[in-house]
Each structure stands twice: as structure tokens, then as C-alpha cells.
Design a protein around this ligand. Sequence first.
Ligand code: P6P
Length: 337
Amino acid sequence: MSKVTTLGQFIIERQADFPYAKGELSRLLRDIGIASKIVNREVNKAGLVDILGETGGTNVQGEKVKKLDIYANEQFISALKSGGECCMIASEENEELIYIDSEISSEAKYIVAIDPLDGSSNIDVNVSVGTIFSVYRRRSTDVPVSPDDVLQPGIRQVAAGYVIYGSSTMLVYTTGCGVNGFTLDPSIGEFCLSHPDLKMPESGTIYSVNEGYYVHFPEGVKKYIKYCQVEDAASNRPYTSRYVGSAVADIHRSLIKGGIFIYPSSAHVPSGKLRLLYEANPLSFIVEQAGGRASDGYGRIMELKATAIHQRTPVFIGSSAMVKKAEEFMLRYSPRN
Ligand code: P6P
């Protein structure tokens, strides 16, 4: 029986990765892990209790809000508030920033951007959903912290991760020293190290895009999709198409098997659909740390300037060879104006 390493043990063991930290980031990551287990419990029985269905409200994205979205948002906010290591939160479910101004948190070091339950439209049909989080160090010493402190480029993230509530529940995160995956063992209620030092395959044979919007895609995306579909045994084409409709699931598959996930700009979303702060940047940090590539079609997502907490960006994320090929098509057929 190989040694079981829980998330808590792993975080403590890897404390040495950040010599100047005094344990605050470790405690923040553990707080997120605990909230994830609470959300997981509700996601797993969503069909059994009246937590499904719509609240009738819509979130800042104008999307119908499922009760589980609100529940998950409340759990992560509560865990971050009581943990005392976070001074401000940007959440997909909240139009405005959440300032944690208790005496223990107003001077806390970290800021969290979070999508508490991404892909929630899939819950009713029992398809994987996810939580995505990004952690920044505050830059201002003001109390309360400056709102600009959450508008940092992705390259300044100190940690990022996702939880995928699927056939099993996994937490995958990075602090800039590689990527590690933990699977929830319900028998002991702990996330256990199951995928140490995850590396994304340099190439793959799966492309993931919602082709229902094909006619509205930029020419470069159309040409890349056709490239994926053309027979060429030498490069293992045609590729396979897989699209879950939950970015965490589509990108997790690419991380394990190789592949590319694309959500480009389109007529219905001129700047793309995924949000920079709490979807694209954290997913990009993880993918880059695993050896993959994360682009907006022209350059690194993590170098994009953040100007608004809910801003969107096109995403081409996955195996580096595949993303580079897609960027070639974008450069040639849809050059940036
Ligand atoms: P579409 C979920 O709502 C989400 O933000 C991502 O997780 C997912 O990749 C995308 O939207 C799906 O969008 O337009 O294909 O339904």
C-alpha cells in the first residue's frame, strides 16, 4: 500500500517552496480545500434535494442562476472570510468586489478571484462542473485594500487551481512549482495526492470547441477546425472532437490526455466568453506550469492587462504544439487589427 498524502500534508511538506511565507498561503489553500469538500457534498446530491432549479435570478453575466451556484459562492466566501488570510474576493456571482474588513482580515496578504461553480448549466444533466480559483498577493498597504490589487496580470498569480466535480472529485493546483492533482476519498473525507507533478502532453488528437457557433468564428478558427478534420495519418488527423460545455472538464481532459480547448471571440461574445480573472488566468497558470500553452490567439493570456473584474478573453488553451498551430492560423487568417 503506497503512502497516502493528503492535501493538508502535501501543503505543509511543500511549505519550503516559498521560503519567505509564514504559512498564510498554505492556510488559504487549506480553507479552499475545505469549502470544496462542502460544495462537493451538495453537488453530489443535487438531484435529491431542492437545491436544483433556478432561483429566478440572474448573475452579473446575465445567466440564469442555479441555487447551487449561490450555495457554492456562499461556502467559498464564508471559508475565505473565516480563514483570515484573504482581504478581498472577486467572484463570478458578485457584480462588485467583496472586501473582508474584519480586524483579522483587513490586513491579510492575499486576494482571491473565484468562479465558485463553473458550468452549472450542466448540473441538471449530471455532467461535470467545476470551481476555479486564482490567488494574488496584495500590492497596496491601504486598508481596505485597493480595488486595483485584483486587476493584476496573470503572471503575478501566486497560486491557482480548480476542483472538478465529476466521476470523482479532484482538486488540481499550482503555486508556480509544478501542478499536482488530489482525488477526494469519500471514505476518509480527504483530498489525497493521486496525480503528482502533472505534465500536459506536448501534442494531442482532441480538439474542443462549440462548433454550433462555427459560422460566427474568426476565419483563423474556421481554418484551424478544418485542419483538425483533414485526413493526414502522419499527424494523426483527423482529430477527435470532444466538448463538455464545462471549461474545467474540457481543460482537465486536455491536461491528462493532451488536446486543445478553444473558446474564441464570436458574434455573440465579441471578446470571448471566459472571464480573464477567475477562469482564463487560473486555468492558464495551471496549464503553463504543466508544460502547456495558454493564448488569446495571439499572445499569452497571463500577460493580458486586466481592466475590469468581469472582463472576458478568447482562449486557446492546451498542448503547446496544438495551440501554436492554432495561433499560426489566427496570425495568417485573422490578424489582430
Ligand atoms: P457554451 C460555462 O458556462 C462556461 O463558462 C465554460 O465553463 C464553458 O466552457 C462555456 O461556458 C460553455 O459555453 O457557449 O459552449 O455553452
